[in-house]
Write a protein that binds this ligand. Structure first.
Ligand SMILES: C[S@@+](CC[C@H](N)C(=O)[O-])C[C@H]1O[C@@H](n2cnc3c(N)ncnc32)[C@H](O)[C@@H]1O
Length: 106
C-alpha cells in the first residue's frame, strides 16, 4: 500500500505557507535578485508566442518578466506546492489582468 501526499501537505510546503505573506519583501527582489532573474530569463531566449512552465513559481515574481517576453500570444503556467504562495500569485495575475498566465498546485 502506498500513500501520496496532496499539494501543501509536506513540511516544506508548511514553511512556504508561513512565509508567503512576507516572501516578496524578504526575498530582496529589487536590491539583489532582480538582476539575476533578468539574466536567467535572457538565457531562455524567449520569443513572443512561447509557452513557459514556471516550476516552483511561488508568488509569481517571474511572471512580469516572462509575460513581457512571451507577449499576449504566449502563455505561462506556474506550479508550486504551497497554496499560500499560489494565492498571492493569483492576486498578481488578477491585478495585472494577464489572461495568459495560470497557476496550479502540484
Ligand atoms: C522560494 S519559493 C519561490 C521561488 C520563485 N521561483 C521565485 O523566484 O520567487 C519556492 C516555491 O517552490 C515551491 N516548491 C518547492 N518544492 C516544490 C516541489 N517539490 N514541487 C512543487 N513546488 C515546490 C514552493 O511551493 C514555493 O512556491
Amino acid at each position: 500500500m502506498s500513500r501520496t501526499r496532496g499539494p501543501g501537505s509536506s513540511g516544506r510546503s508548511r514553511r512556504y505557507t508561513v512565509g508567503a505573506r512576507v516572501y516578496d519583501v524578504l526575498s530582496l527582489e529589487w536590491p539583489i535578485y532582480r538582476a539575476g532573474r533578468r539574466a536567467g530569463l535572457d538565457l531562455l531566449r524567449l520569443r513572443p508566442g512561447d509557452r513557459v512552465l514556471d516550476v516552483g513559481c511561488g508568488t509569481g515574481l517571474n511572471f512580469p518578466l516572462l509575460s513581457a517576453a512571451v507577449g499576449p500570444s504566449g502563455s505561462i503556467v506556474g506550479v508550486a506546492s504551497s497554496e499560500s504562495m499560489l494565492a498571492r500569485a493569483r492576486t498578481l495575475i488578477r491585478r495585472n489582468r494577464w489572461a495568459n498566465v495560470t497557476v496550479a498546485a502540484r
